[in-house]
Design a protein around this ligand. Sequence first.
Ligand code: GLU
Length: 430
Amino acid sequence: MGDEKKIPEGQTPPDASHDSPWETALAQLDEAAELMGLAPGVHEILRVPKRSLIVSVPFRMDDGSTRVYQGTRVHHNVTRGPAKGGIRYHPDMGFDETKALAMWMTWKCAVVDIPFGGAKGGVAVDPREHTRAELERMTRRYASEILPFIGPERDIPAPDMNTDEEIMAWIMDTYSQNQGYSVPGVVTGKPVSIGGSKGRGGATSRGVMYTIFSTLKRLGLGIEEVSVAIQGHGKVGGFLGQLLHDAGCRVVAISDVGGGLYKERGLDPEAINRHKREAGSVVGYPGADPITNEELLQVDCDVLIPAAIESVITVKNADRIRARVVCEAANGPITFEADRILVDRGIFVVPDILANSGGVTVSYFEWVQDIQAYFWTEEEVNDRLRLIMERSFDAVYDLAEAKGLTMRQAAHWIGVGRVAEAHLTRGLFP
Ligand code: GLU
């Protein structure tokens, strides 16, 4: 269908040699569409976000002055259910980045077959420059600006980079104050005391771990014989190191924005977490060699886990990656062309929309519990998460094997396919 594919007017065609997340996301969709022979009309619809909001977020600083940042919220697709996706506070959080992250959420929810569409939002802010009180005022104003866009049946935000439980509580409160009653189902990833789900905090890390277990099983490798390197020590990477260490893996490298640590015999993630709590960074932890973030990616290990930001593996370093498996805990850490290089070199790449879907899966559980006002035990949450992760991994792996696809192509085939089917079933309005 290559010739029939039309790029909607006013849109730049994707150039796979570029590294931006939006170009990567579009190139992945176009490739999947071509492989699966997607109907051109549906393909055109899916290339464009359904609706987007750009807002101005003015708020008062502690010294009385005013600061204004740009906020975004994009609904990429809502055909299978309410829009779902995190809110990110990061200086790079512009419109294109939000669009890419929202599109990935659509495929992610479809790959694990939860009844949500995809969304993302954020504020272009460096939260390290602000006090907690300033962040609260900024969050409440941002929430007010996107208020008409969100709601338990409309769009359900969640934490993402640099946002946490407390920030979700402020959003839930701002929304509820405006409604005049408590609406716990408007956000997920909130504290348990106001309707959060047990197990949500560690869900993304746990989901990545289950995915790694499934991968190792298929590749015939034992959990205790593999070495692991993790880039990123935020909510996902920090806990994941501990989980994998406890499961018997040798965690040889860990890093955060400041730099990384390497120890061939294996690091002690719990001791590093303690060091980070005191020192503010993993850097300076004694008993390990310091390495840079770039060096971490090139470490000799079995499983490399980029768990930080987008576009860290590009054409510039893809031929220097030495891992056997790369498992994407972050969203979009490998650019489109770099992915090809890794796959051509025989590296098994587990794509983000499968590997890190544990977070949104437990967000779905949280939303279900909120709207039913009936809460589950942590064991129930973790068991159901494991089932969904294993089932989704197997479906992607089996399709990849059957059709000779990469894991990413197969995951997109399933995700895009489910969304396309929903479009075709509902028909085009009017
Ligand atoms: N921010 C997470 C992600 O990128 C979770 C989103 C959610 O739970 O809605 O998948």
